[in-house]
Ligand binder design. Structure first.
Ligand code: HEC
Length: 115
C-alpha cells in the first residue's frame, strides 16, 4: 500500500468506528420503554412516586421513572418484590391494601409486563 493510500484507509477505518460508536450511544439514550401497565402503574404512581421519583427524597434508594421501564422496574424487580410483597416495608410507613397487593402479585407472576 502506498503511504497516501494507507492514510486514506486509516481514515475510513477510524470514521467507521466513530459512526458505530455514535450509533450505539444514540440507541442507548433513545430506546426507553415506557411503563404503562394498567393494572399496577397507578399503584406505583400514587404509592411510590412521592418518595422515589426524580425530585423525591428517596430517589437515590430506588429511582422510579415511568418513562424508563428497564431501569425503574425490570432491573429492580427483585428489590421491588422483596420490599413490597415479602417484607412489606414499602411504601415506607404503611403497606399496600390487600387488593393492591393482589394486583401487584398477579402482575409479578405474569412476568411484570411493561404494558
Ligand atoms: C414515604 C416515602 C417512601 C414511599 C412512599 C416509598 N418508599 Fe421506598 N424507600 C424509602 C426510603 C426512605 C428508603 C430507604 C430506606 C429503606 O430501605 O428502608 C426506600 C427504599 C426503597 C427500595 C430500596 C431498598 C432495598 O431494600 O432495596 C425500594 C426497592 C423501594 N424503596 C421501593 C418502594 C416501592 C415499590 C414503593 C411503593 C410501593 C415505595 N418504595 C414507597 C421511602 C419511601
Amino acid at each position: 500500500m502506498k503511504p497516501s493510500t494507507r492514510h486514506h484507509f486509516n481514515y475510513i477505518v477510524i470514521s467507521s468506528f466513530l459512526v458505530l460508536i455514535s450509533a450505539c450511544q444514540k440507541n442507548e439514550s433513545t430506546t426507553k420503554t415506557p411503563f404503562t401497565n394498567a393494572a399496577v402503574k397507578s399503584i406505583f404512581d400514587s404509592k411510590c412516586a412521592s418518595c422515589h421519583a426524580a425530585s423525591g427524597s428517596s430517589s437515590g434508594e430506588w429511582f422510579y421513572d415511568p418513562t424508563d421501564y428497564n431501569t425503574s422496574i425490570k432491573n429492580s424487580i427483585h428489590d421491588i418484590y422483596e420490599t413490597v410483597y415479602v417484607k412489606k416495608s414499602m411504601p415506607q410507613g404503611t403497606s399496600l391494601s390487600a387488593s393492591d397487593l393482589q394486583a401487584f402479585k398477579s402482575w409479578y407472576d405474569a412476568g411484570y409486563p411493561s404494558n
